[in-house]
Design a protein around this ligand. Structure first.
Ligand code: X5A
Ligand code: ZN
Length: 674
């Protein structure tokens, strides 16, 4: 399989700048691009990418989104005097022109198209384009917010036209609303546009009524425009992740895109003077990772905003390193979403529940109340603000500081496998059978605890290999492992016992698919969290750390299963923040291969990719696909999902409601009654 990550950059795009005084535009500087690129070079990431040259977008490319009149007007700017340029600029909002910006804008759009070409022809799997000027604010006939041509919108139309792409997902994680993208695709159901943005009840630029959650698209495109307004500054990692788990990912999987485009603005990161948010640069590793199993991994990230040079460079590196397939770092401080974020989430889910079957169950907010909610929430917050201590004003001017994300070191061995003799080792994996360095004490303990038959040497060697593997993963010498074992339950017990034993300071997330004995007698100390999917009603959950998820129809209902994975398992897993994930496929699992690969891929965002997969030795045909996911290859698409079974959704939802007191990332509303 062809791998690789494209990096598209050209220094030429640093060769324009603001030539007069304009406080609104002074943050958009050439250094944004040089520091981002330099950071990629310094960290060695640039070298690992496939470097693709930029090109100029043609008139025909630009006309896919913009009007002829506008293009002709911009074409004249290279010949204008300074006075003319100033004058020309005045008709637009928060943007500036320069004699060289038309050239750069053609390169920026062309870079996005080169990226689409590289990904769609299979030259690379994914990639990032570092461009200036940004694009998502520019409209059919207008420049806006530092943007001249709408790079990503042009790329979406181009992909549809040139490659027959049926569905494009645009994820705009920039902190501003890409109103230009919204306008371009408002009535187009083939392009799903998702944007979160600082809004503050329409007080924040571009201060548009139509940036609110109730702009859901028009005509045939109704439901295909998703706006998440942030009504407070200071949003954190939990707020971003919770929107992904409870809104974007379920909808994205239901939409089933053929291509994912990211309006990758990093003004949504901590330290940015525009966004004033508090999410750390490493969150972009997770946002990227969570999108990488959609569309068979075809993801194109195109730079938009980002004005704190330090934060910007770090965030770009996190994104590119994740595109390259390196495991994401442990997510920092996930202490649950704030009330304002939950209010936004609730409003968006309510506004969209009639369009997406994955949201059908979302707490009802009658349509007539949705619009009044805008005002009600605004008023409540104004009240709150009044009662808040004054003097907090001005805090935001202070320079934010945050620790530099630690270097992400990937072990030289990505995936080790423990397989019976007759089974061949999948390409790219390393066969592992070792008790070499294993303490004899551990071996005798294994014998004592797990061997009924004193001379069952096969079992003993398999269990000691597993124990040795756990240690190597713990030491980060091996990233992940896969084992075929005779008795899955016993192997699970063995790994859990070993991994959670005192000398290893692990937190182990055990995800079991299928019935079968699991370590449900877990301790209350939180060293182990067990989530078990099965079709048997198990007794009520007795402990915060054992969570049985019952799916009546087993896993034949892919939608129900994905609903549980995205809305329940992922948020639980992120909040728990394990150091090791143990994924167990019970012999009766019968879960279809692609769903299993999606599960494996998604869970690798946790524990720095430290994951062990256990499967029954009869399931040889599952080794290849599982290994492929562990190696970081994208899972195949699930296809367009039907509505999940109502009974399954009901039981998953009631479980989520019961658990949300203990696990804050499971909340989807601010009110207890929601
Ligand atoms: C691409 C981008 C921001 C414009 C802010 C104007 N534009 N106040 O981040
Ligand atoms: Zn922005």
């Amino acid at each position: 399989m062809k791998m690789g990550t494209a990096l598209i950059y050209d220094e030429e795009m640093t060769k324009y700048k603001l030539l007069w005084v304009d406080p609104a535009c002074k943050i958009e500087v050439p250094e944004r691009l040089t520091v981002s690129h330099e950071a990629l070079v310094q960290s060695g990431l640039a070298d690992r990418c496939v470097s693709i040259p930029v090109r100029e977008a043609t008139d025909a490319d630009i006309l896919l989104v913009h009007s002829e009149e506008y293009l002709e007007a911009v074409k004249k700017t290279p010949y204008m005097t300074l006075e003319d340029l100033k004058e020309f600029t005045l008709q637009y909002g928060d943007v500036y022109f320069h004699p060289n910006i038309y050239h750069c804008a053609k390169l920026a759009a062309g870079a996005a198209l080169q990226l689409v070409d590289s990904v769609m022809t299979g030259k690379v799997r994914n990639g990032m384009a570092l461009v200036r000027p940004p694009g998502h604010h520019s409209m059919r006939s207008a420049a806006s917010g530092f943007c001249v041509f709408n790079n990503v919108a042009i790329a979406a139309r181009y992909a549809k036209q040139k490659y027959g792409v049926k569905r494009v997902l645009i994820v705009d994680w920039d902190i501003h609303h890409g109103q230009g993208v919204q306008y371009s695709f408002e009535d187009d159901p083939s392009v799903l546009y998702f944007s979160w943005h600082r809004y503050e009840h329409q007080k924040f630029w571009p201060q548009l009524r139509e940036s609110d959650f109730d702009s859901v698209g028009k005509n045939k495109g109704v439901g295909f425009n998703i706006n998440v307004p942030w009504n407070k500054v200071g949003m954190q990692n939990s707020d971003y992740l919770s929107i992904f788990c409870h809104l974007l990912l379920p909808v994205a999987y239901e939409f089933n895109p053929d291509l994912v485009l990211v309006c990758a603005g990093f003004d949504s990161a901590i330290g940015d003077p525009e966004g004033e948010m508090c999410a750390t640069p490493d969150i972009f590793a997770h946002l990227t990772h969570l999108l990488m199993n959609l569309a068979g991994g075809k993801l194109c990230a195109v730079l938009e905003g980002g004005y704190n040079l330090t934060s910007l460079a770090q965030s770009v590196c996190q994104t590119v390193q994740t595109l390259l397939g390196d495991p994401a770092p442990p997510p920092a401080n996930l202490d649950g979403p704030c009330k304002s974020a939950l209010d936004s989430l609730h409003c968006v889910r309510s506004a969209h529940r009639q369009y997406w079957s994955c949201l059908k169950h979302a707490a009802d907010l009658p349509t007539c109340e949705i619009s009044t909610k805008r005002i009600k929430v605004a008023e409540e917050e104004e009240e709150e603000e009044k009662t808040l201590d004054k003097g907090e004003e001005g805090n935001s001017i202070e320079e934010k500081v945050w620790p530099e994300p630690p270097k992400r070191v990937t072990p030289t061995i990505r995936t080790a496998v423990v397989l019976p003799d007759g089974v061949t080792c999948p390409d790219g994996c390393k066969r592992f059978s070792s008790s070499e360095d294993l303490d004899p004490l551990i071996i005798s303990k294994l014998k004592e605890n797990f061997l009924k038959d004193a001379d069952d040497s096969d079992t003993l060697s398999s269990l000691s290999s597993l124990a040795a593997l756990v240690e190597k993963v713990e030491k980060n010498e091996i990233c992940s492992g896969l084992a075929l074992v005779r008795d899955v339950s016993m192997a699970t017990m063995c790994v859990v016992q070993h991994a959670a034993s005192a000398h290893l300071r692990n937190r182990v997330l055990v995800v079991c698919v299928g019935d079968g004995k699991v370590p449900s007698h877990v301790t209350e100390d939180g060293k182990i969290l067990v989530v078990q999917f099965s079709n048997k009603d198990s007794e009520e959950q007795k402990c915060k750390y054992y969570i049985p998820v019952c799916l009546k129809k087993g896993y034949s209902d892919v939608s129900g299963f994905m609903h549980a994975v995205l809305g329940l398992l992922l948020p639980l897993a992120y909040e728990y923040d394990p150091t090791l994930v143990l994924l167990v496929r019970m012999s009766d699992a019968g879960l279809c291969e692609i769903v299993w690969q999606q599960l494996t891929g998604l869970l690798q965002g946790l524990a720095q990719g430290h994951m062990l997969v256990l499967m029954q030795d009869g399931e040889k045909e599952c080794v290849g696909p599982t290994a492929s996911s562990l190696l970081g290859y994208p899972a195949p698409s699930l296809g367009q999902l039907p509505a999940p079974l109502p009974e399954d959704v009901a039981s998953i939802e009631s479980l989520r409601h019961r658990l949300k007191a203990d696990w804050k990332l499971l909340q989807t509303t601010a009110q207890e009654t929601g």
